[in-house]
Design a protein around this ligand. Structure first.
Ligand SMILES: CC(=O)N[C@H]1[C@H]([C@H](O)[C@H](O)CO)O[C@](OP(=O)(O)OC[C@H]2O[C@@H](n3ccc(N)nc3=O)[C@H](O)[C@@H]2O)(C(=O)O)C[C@@H]1O
Ligand SMILES: CC(=O)N[C@@H]1[C@@H](O)[C@H](O[C@@H]2O[C@H](CO)[C@H](O)[C@H](O)[C@H]2O)[C@@H](CO)O[C@H]1O
Length: 334
């Protein structure tokens, strides 16, 4: 081989190498996008009955399906169902307050959800990634739309939709005007973190003397809701989200108080209630990104979460694992 043709050969080899590298990195990108971002088509995603249940059993074990989603009076009235843990992972020590709340609220899953052949659910996180997403009409098409805390819909319908089937909240995160941010039949599901949370809902629903102390932020004193809309989430779901998704020690000292975010809890709940689970608006900025706003509806940064007892990077890994195994799909990027 002359030196000219050797040069040509080497140049060809280099070209082939570059082409292969470019192809490889593009295909990796594609794989990345397929895994962590799932562009939804206008057609309804096929729903397979029992699919989320199969996935949930891989993550949470076979017996979590036997647990009721909402707490029931019968389990605390005749027999006091024993619980291993205190709130927020169990009901130990809060039974008497809980009993009074369960006597004035309901635990049923509405007929509109019960009667569905296949339950398509979307869990809408409060993340900034929803802003300008135009996902509103897509979100509204799911059978069950799960929202969190005081996240607004009014004024954001184009990005987040207007339907709310279930909203998880605790006293400090309850919207002061629940009527404008929910539908008349929205289930308002209390996530109790402390016994005072049961006391708060009892005083609101029975119009008893309100207690102002014992909350880290002043909850509403007047809250215009129908008691029929209220449910009490079974703390079992908080326990398994902590244990199985975040590997948190459950019996922790009172000082540490690490806990899953309400969003991760909602995904756990959806995997037990639904047949198909999609998520949107999940994902925090990197820790070094101190200026990036975290919500789609207000300007606050990661700093606001400093004392919250959440490990958002650990949660991101848990969500990525669920995306990778196909247990959930994501409508926004992750
Ligand atoms: C100051 C403070 O305590 N903030 C907490 C707020 C606050 O209490 C409520 O908004 C009410 O005002 O609540 C939390 O969370 P927050 O209400 O912010 O968000 C609800 C859920 O959406 C997911 N999320 C949110 C923002 C973002 N950039 N990425 C996300 O993935 C999370 O899964 C999150 O749970 C909470 O309850 O979990 C957790 C936050 O730590
Ligand atoms: C002991 C106590 O009240 N701790 C408070 C935390 O529960 C609270 O975290 C907040 O507690 C909520 C439950 O009440 C939710 O878990 C929420 O995700 C979390 O951010 C932080 C908020 O900045 O304030 C502390 O004083």
């Amino acid at each position: 081989m002359t030196s000219k043709s050797r040069c040509k050969f080497l140049a060809m080899l280099a070209l082939v190498f570059v082409v292969v590298m470019v192809w490889y990195s593009i295909s990796r990108e594609d794989r990345y996008f397929e895994l962590f971002y799932f562009p939804i088509s206008e057609k309804k995603e096929p729903c397979f009955q029992g699919e989320a249940e199969r996935q949930a059993s891989k993550i949470f074990g076979n017996h979590s399906r036997e647990q009721p989603i909402f707490l029931q009076l019968k389990d605390y009235f005749w027999v006091k169902t024993p619980s291993t843990y205190e709130l927020p992972f169990g009901t130990k020590g809060s039974e008497d307050l809980l009993l009074r709340v369960l006597a004035i609220t309901s635990y049923s899953i509405p007929e509109s959800i019960q009667s569905l052949q296949c339950r398509r659910c979307v869990v809408v996180g409060n993340g900034h990634r929803l802003r300008n997403s135009s996902l509103g009409s897509i979100i509204n098409k799911y059978d069950v739309v799960i929202r969190l805390n005081n996240a607004p819909v009014a004024g954001y319908e184009g990005d987040v939709g207007s339907k709310t089937t279930i909203r998880l909240f605790y006293p400090e995160s309850a919207h002061f005007d629940p009527k404008i941010e929910n539908n008349p039949d929205t289930l308002l599901v209390l996530v109790a973190f402390k016994a005072m949370d049961f006391h708060w809902i009892e005083t609101i629903l029975s119009d008893k003397k309100r207690v102002r102390k014992g909350f880290w932020k002043q909850p509403p004193l007047i809250w215009d809701v129908n008691p029929k809309q209220i449910r009490i989430l079974n703390p079992f779901f908080m326990e398994i989200a902590a244990e199985k998704l975040l590997s948190l020690p459950i019996q922790q000292s009172r000082k540490i108080k690490q806990k899953p975010t309400t969003g991760l809890l909602a995904i756990t709940l959806a995997l037990h209630l639904c047949d198909l689970v999609h998520i949107a608006g999940f994902g925090y900025p990197e820790a070094y990104n101190k200026k990036q706003t975290i919500h789609y509806y207000e300007q606050i940064t990661l700093k606001s979460m400093a004392g919250s007892g959440h490990n958002v990077s650990q949660e991101a890994l848990a969500i990525k694992r669920m995306l990778e195994m196909g247990a959930v799909k994501n409508l926004t990027y992750f």
